[in-house]
Design a binder for this molecule. Structure first.
Ligand code: ZN
Ligand code: ZN
Length: 842
């Protein structure tokens, strides 16, 4: 496909912290920016929307830094989508950090691997072997040196000031400059210097993080005073004889805090002899890597982090977690993962013990997302309880009143993010990697003060960055695609009118000739070609996006490019060259037909189905295929026959595809599509009825089944069918004491409007969902919940025909928790789970 344009698609990190990953389609090159996992989900649900990459090969991956929310899905993208021999571009320290962090995550997965757990899936696609190959594909670069990522696309890393080796990247070709910040921090930390923004005359697009977009820390904030307050709180805890827990991310934050504590000791702010412990897992290896890159550290003499603290091993011989009160001298300081206090991590184990006494202190130094244990502890009042283990319903009453939050983030705060954007001064600012509120607010605020487009796209949104027009494009789903199949009637008409003949190879037709011809006959443009004629007969909207879909012969391409030049002053246009599309049966059968269907399906999908097709130009097979797609996608297809004076809108044929049989075999179909059981994929394939087998073909290079062009069309239209046909789903309730009360049979009666919003969204899949069933379970103990947080659903388990979620209520309730079971059609639960997600917020 020959777009000269640049498209950005958000795979993860759109209006969420999420699994950061962005697809940049730059001309013919597909580049992935970061390949993260969502830290708040597990297994399949934690991956970015990789199905968008369906059928695409990736030419380059650029990684900004080694946090798992930026690299966690790297092995999967690497193994499934990267061109053989393509490179992963990183900074030097990441050569060491990325394999270390990925290996730790594999170990974690292997440790608690349960076959039914869907982390199993992740494990299958990603094991230690893949890492070897990942390492071989690294292409490491220094900051501020230029290198080529794809032919014609240059890149340069700049220091992002977030952690060791963290970078932002500038990508550019001859006339376009794109900047991605990764995670960025513009102020110095203890051992990390702040970012150094590149000096650029001009930036077209800036893709910028928004983690702290909602923070209340303003320009007046005094960092030194915060540091002193932190030291004082620790020292008070030491004087009370209690332990101090500082939950930290293992990479970056821990090293910075450890050095900060050692400086505080030297300055006499904290007692010299208090031991400091770090978690002897991920952190030990990271410390070693920090020591290997002293030049990347602000204060080189403090580089030997290991000498400043002692490894902490919380697990006893029997594998259970040891009591820190019993096993460590009081007072001690523990710098442990995870930073958000995720349940089950060493920090959470220690916190569970420390919250029970008022002499201890727990001090947060980074971001904690709503829904995380860390967020709950920060907001809890002494006397209330917090749930440390959801499955076991283990609630602990919080006695400790010394739970504090300090502003030492490794990210920029809201006003700093805005000033970074202002400094780079892009024509378009795209805000990502922050919750919905943060990204939207930043986008809005930036737009108010700058003459720039400023947006906060969601996941799967595609934004057009550059087109061959003067207009700037944003969300494509908001405008209609007018897809025009292009033939060579420009040339035919030119030869007819000028009397010039085409003999053999000697084509006396150049672009200049044709442009001259168009200029001379400008008043009668509609009559110059089948395509212009056809377009003149329908009402085009100023917001329309015109796609000229032409073959790869020189004549076809020339005609497409002429059309683009005629229309581009008034409409947004794009020239789409289809590989193998030419009047040559071999090329057409082998490549052209498939590429044409994919090319058109791709456009229709980019525009969220909002498209019409003009199938007048081009040779007959081209027109037939375009018509078929129009029917599949339920888009209007226009046709103008030479002798007709008026245009024909092909009637919607009164037939539909047999979706019921599709759904009846849903389990097999989705299983094959999922690719999870790739080792038995031939058996799965053979179980499909013959008519559905045409939807797949086996890709020998990838050794797996993927959708055929027809299958893709069927699948997309099936999804539309599933999501459009919303009907009401019965709701049953068991247990009268549920928050829902008895006999909740309709959505309107659901008392919690936030959960109602979630259920309403699920109704999009009403074709697949049979029933919602609410029940409540009583809890022993009788401690009031009193937790602070949000209303949301949390996935528990899945069977072949059901999904079960916990219903979390922000409001406090006694002894009760709601369970929602979603009964699905047999075999579709996996698919529904994928669509709904593991944690669902309103
Ligand atoms: Zn990060
Ligand atoms: Zn991040």
């Amino acid at each position: 496909m020959g777009y000269g344009d640049i498209f950005l698609t958000v795979l993860g990190g759109g209006q969420e912290i999420g699994a950061n990953s962005y697809l940049l389609e730059w001309g013919k090159h597909n580049i992935i920016l970061d390949a993260g996992l969502d830290p708040r989900s597990s297994g399949y649900g934690a991956l970015p929307s990789l199905d968008v990459l369906y059928n695409k090969k990736i030419h380059a991956i650029i990684i900004t830094h080694a946090h798992l929310d930026h690299i966690g899905s790297l092995p999967i993208i690497f193994a499934n989508y990267l061109y053989l021999g393509a490179k992963i571009f990183i900074t030097k320290p990441n050569v060491k950090l990325i394999p270390h962090m990925l290996m730790e995550s594999v170990k974690g997965i292997e440790r608690d691997l349960i076959p039914e757990d869907d982390r199993y899936y992740y494990h299958q696609l990603f094991d230690r072997d893949v890492l070897k190959h990942v390492k071989k594909s690294f292409s490491a670069h220094e900051y501020n040196t230029s290198f080529e990522v794809c032919p014609g696309i240059n890149a340069q890393f700049f220091p992002a000031g977030h952690i060791l080796g963290s970078a932002g990247i500038v990508l550019s070709d001859d006339n376009y400059v794109f900047v991605y910040t990764g995670d960025i921090n513009n102020k110095d930390q203890t051992i990390h210097s702040g970012c150094q923004l590149p000096n650029l005359n001009h930036v077209d697009t800036l893709l910028i993080e928004s983690t702290h977009g909602s923070s209340s820390v303003g320009p007046e904030f005094d960092h030194e005073a915060e540091r002193v307050r932190f030291a004082q709180e620790i020292q008070k805890t030491v004087e009370r004889g209690g332990h101090t827990l500082i939950p930290c991310f293992g990479l970056g934050r821990t090293q910075d805090i450890v050095v900060m504590l050692s400086e505080m000791k030297k300055e006499g702010l904290i007692s010299q002899d208090v031991p400091v412990y770090y978690h002897f897992g991920v952190t030990a290896g990271v410390n070693r890597i920090y020591n290997m890159f002293p030049n990347h550290i602000k204060n080189k003499k403090d580089a030997d982090i290991d000498s400043l603290c002692t490894g902490f091993n919380g697990y006893g011989d029997n594998g259970s977690f040891k009591s820190v009160v019993d096993s460590y001298p009081e007072p001690s300081i523990f710098v442990l993962t995870s930073g958000m206090l995720a349940r089950g991590t060493p920090a959470a184990h220690v916190a569970k013990e420390l919250v029970k006494s008022d002499k201890h202190g727990i001090f947060f130094v980074g971001y904690a997302a709503p829904g995380e244990l860390g967020y709950e502890l920060i907001n809890v009042q002494p006397g209330q309880s917090v749930c440390f283990d959801i499955e076991q319903q283990h609630w602990v009453e919080v006695v400790c009143s010394h739970i504090e939050k300090f502003a030492f983030s490794a990210h920029s705060y809201k006003h700093e993010l805005l000033s970074i954007a202002a400094q780079l001064n892009p024509r378009m600012a795209i805000w990502v990697h922050g919750d919905r509120n943060s990204t939207m607010k930043l986008a809005e605020e930036y737009a108010q003060h700058h003459d720039a487009i400023s947006i906060a796209p969601g996941n799967r949104d595609t934004i057009m960055l550059r087109a061959g027009t003067k207009k700037i494009h944003t969300h494509l789903a908001h405008c209609r695609a007018v897809i025009v199949t292009v033939g060579t009637s420009f040339i035919t008409n030119y030869t007819k009118r000028t009397g010039c003949t085409i003999s053999g190879q000697d084509i006396d037709i150049t672009e200049g000739n044709l442009i001259g011809f168009i200029r001379d006959n400008f008043a009668s443009i509609p009559s110059l070609s089948a395509e212009t004629n056809c377009l003149s007969k329908i009402q085009l909207l100023s917001s329309d996006f015109l796609y000229f879909v032409c073959g790869d012969s020189p004549e076809g391409n020339l005609c497409g490019s002429l059309l683009e030049q005629i229309y581009r002053d008034h409409y947004r246009c794009s020239l789409v060259t289809i590989d193998g599309l030419r009047p040559d049966e071999k090329a057409f059968n082998e490549k052209g037909a498939r590429n044409l269907i994919e090319g058109i399906a791709d456009i229709i999908n980019r525009h969220g189905g909002n498209a019409i097709i003009h199938a007048t130009g081009g040779f007959k097979a081209q027109i037939a295929l375009a018509t078929l797609l129009g029917i599949l996608f339920k888009n209007k297809v226009y046709y103008l026959f030479e002798d007709f004076t008026d245009i024909v809108c092909l009637p919607q044929i009164p037939m539909d595809f047999d979706y019921q049989s599709f759904l009846a075999h849903g389990d097999v179909f989705f299983k094959l599509l999922d690719g999870r059981e790739y080792w038995s994929s031939d058996d799965i394939f053979n179980k499909l009825p013959e008519s559905l087998q045409t939807c797949f073909y086996k890709d020998n290079m990838q050794q797996k089944y993927i959708l055929s062009p027809l299958g893709r069309g069927m699948y997309d239209s099936l999804q539309r069918y599933i999501t459009r046909k919303s009907k009401s789903i019965p709701i049953t309730v068991q247990g009268e004491s549920s928050l829902w009360g008895a006999e909740r049979d309709s959505l309107r009666k659901i008392l919690n409007p936030m959960i109602g919003i979630i259920i309403e969204r699920m109704n999009h899949f009403s074709e697949l969902i049979k029933e919602y069933e609410f029940s409540s379970i009583g809890l022993s103990g009788g401690t009031p919940a009193g937790r602070v947080g949000e209303d949301y659903l949390e996935f528990i388990k899945k069977t072949n025909q059901s999904l079960t979620y916990y219903v979390h209520h922000a409001a406090s309730r006694k002894n009760l928790i709601d369970i929602l079971t979603i009964h699905t059609r047999p075999g579709t639960s996996e698919y529904v789970l994928k669509m709904i997600g593991k944690r669902v917020y309103p």
